[in-house]
Design a protein around this ligand. Sequence first.
Ligand code: IPM
Ligand code: MG
Length: 380
Amino acid sequence: MDYISKFEQLIKEQKARVKMMKEQGDFVKYDELDTIVIGVVGGDGIGPAITDQAHRVLKYLLQDEVKNNKVTFKMIDGLTIENRAKANKAIPDDVLKELKQCHVILKGPTTTPRKGDKWPNIESANVAMRKELDLFANVRPVKVPEKGIDWTFFRENTEGAYVLGSNGFNVDDDIAIDFKVITTGGAERIARAAFEFAKKNDKKRVTIVTKANVVKTTDGKFLEICKEIGKEYEGIEVDDWYIDIMTAKLVDEKRRTQFQVMILPNLYGDILTDEAAEFQGGVGTAGSSNIGKKYSMFEAIHGSAPRMVEEGRDIYADPSSIIRASGMLLNHIGYPEKAEKLYKALEICNTEKEYVITGRDTGATNEEFTNYLMKTIEKL
Ligand code: IPM
Ligand code: MG
């Protein structure tokens, strides 16, 4: 395809996406559903091992709801890199069909092929799932109470620099092009999600992070829309920062405690949330929720660590991040007390340290750790 038709095709796809956004209904109401279907997707590498443990915790906390059919689990196996490579698709059709039969999904890490490795150049399964299920708000909390850090990042999850995934193109041998897209609807909905969260949680400041001084058209639009929506929320202070200085300010101990809720376009959100999670003990400790109107997905934010599996260490992989993601899932579907219990038990286990995960046979297996966690929950 010549590049002009390719470009036309891309614009067509984006227009279709905008149309879909406009026609979308409201957020699903879980309390009105006969049964809430929770999909459990192991993913690759250490994914199945840690996801199994998170699934055990969920089954334990939701035992009554499972008994009276308010909650049903659905196991979905096919989202492995081998299957994706075979289908040459980020999410094979049969897997996508199964995902769409769920209301919420708990997902282990999935391997993202990169240039030069043995896998075909398929798009990241994460990114594809966020797009296919329209999971527009990537919410990533980071808390370090002893340092006064209590941040919640609202990363736009379906457009920005990620919008076209692996669909950029080489015009010729000299010119490679990717695109960044910001839409009115896309910016509005992430801004609204962040401000609504701020309002409900009594947060007094929302910070918009862009590079609107340089990336003027798209970031400029994002910033303007977020500011406009902010005007509807009385009592919440809105400020904006450029991503470069914001990255620096997160290490400024005096300044960083003032930030509360951040709104960011996709790529900046990806980068800044890894930096932020590092203050909390690394990306392995953070969970992440991907919220859409119809579907939502909860995941560990670390990778699939294939080397741990090669070395037979997957039984020692830390399940904390995906267990934390299960807490976010519980909260999201209407069981905040169960989520609180889980967080509290995690905190106790991390201070008592009766079983400690080290990632090697010097520490506990993830099954031992999870048993310990469930016993701790029982005592609460
Ligand atoms: C994340 C990850 C993904 C992303 C990768 C695996 C594609 O880094 O969830 O932050 O870039 O969004
Ligand atoms: Mg990331």
